[in-house]
Design a protein around this ligand. Structure first.
Ligand code: HEC
Ligand code: HEC
Ligand code: HEC
Ligand code: HEC
Length: 126
């Protein structure tokens, strides 16, 4: 192997490794706040303070298909796409994945007299 070729080869390996790390980091970095509005129709989208929640709870409490934090992905990759699972476009408390997850936790904490988040429509959809 010529020396020049070896140098190019090493440079390529380093470049690939670097890009790999970059994508990896971006995929797993939790956002500060997220505007959840991909199903927006009858109600305004919902401003979700992600960081506040990610500091208090485990990633998999919400990203229930992620075995490790870096696998956390958008709920909309499945919800609203796959049939027969809770749909973000539904109004019902029992059929909307966010109403099931978000409202249930907030209501349970409220009942327990603990610090909690909004449970009324307008407090989320504003
Ligand atoms: C804890 C926060 C929260 C509360 C409280 C809440 N929602 Fe939602 N709701 C959401 C989120 C998040 C979505 C998904 C929004 C999106 O993707 O656009 C959603 C979606 C919806 C949708 C389907 C999307 C659309 O715009 O048509 C309707 C309808 C809806 N909610 C109505 C209500 C009503 C009525 C109440 C009160 C009885 C309520 N929500 C309370 C968070 C909440
Ligand atoms: C209380 C629930 C909750 C917790 C806890 C939580 N997340 Fe999230 N996360 C969400 C929701 C809801 C979204 C917005 C999803 C969407 O728009 O589809 C989101 C979005 C994300 C996104 C952006 C996804 C995309 O492609 O748009 C990443 C990355 C992420 N979370 C990583 C994490 C990690 C890592 C942790 C743990 C340190 C964590 N989350 C904890 C609920 C949560
Ligand atoms: C890779 C696909 C996928 C992703 C990503 C995903 N889900 Fe799900 N979710 C499912 C499937 C499939 C089901 C139905 C089977 C089950 O309960 O596991 C489901 C069920 C649910 C349920 C109903 C559980 C019950 O007790 O009835 C809720 C709530 C939910 N998801 C919320 C979320 C939220 C919020 C996010 C994003 C933070 C999310 N999901 C991300 C695939 C996904
Ligand atoms: C496992 C329990 C749990 C889940 C799930 C959860 N929350 Fe919360 N939420 C909390 C708690 C606890 C607080 C109070 C945190 C604080 O003020 O420090 C809170 C606070 C909030 C606040 C007010 C933040 C502020 O700065 O005043 C909003 C808005 C909110 N949640 C929206 C949501 C939405 C939207 C979802 C679903 C995508 C969600 N939450 C899911 C427990 C939860």
């Amino acid at each position: 192997m010529s020396r020049k070729f070896a140098v190019i080869l090493i440079a390529m390996v380093v470049a690939v490794a670097f890009v790999g790390t970059l994508t990896y980091a971006v995929a797993g970095t939790p956002p500060e706040t997220v505007l959840i509005d991909k199903a927006k129709n009858k109600k305004p989208g919902v401003e979700f303070p992600h960081k506040v929640h990610a500091e208090k709870f485990e990633c998999k409490d919400c990203h229930h298909t992620a075995k490790i934090p870096d696998e956390a992905e958008s709920c909309f990759n499945c919800h609203g796409k796959l049939p027969d699972i809770p749909d973000p476009g539904e109004m019902s408390t029992k059929k909307n994945p966010f109403h099931i997850l978000c409202k249930t936790c907030h209501s349970d904490l409220k009942k327990a007299g603990k610090e909690t988040g909004p449970t009324k429509c307008k407090e989320c959809h504003s």
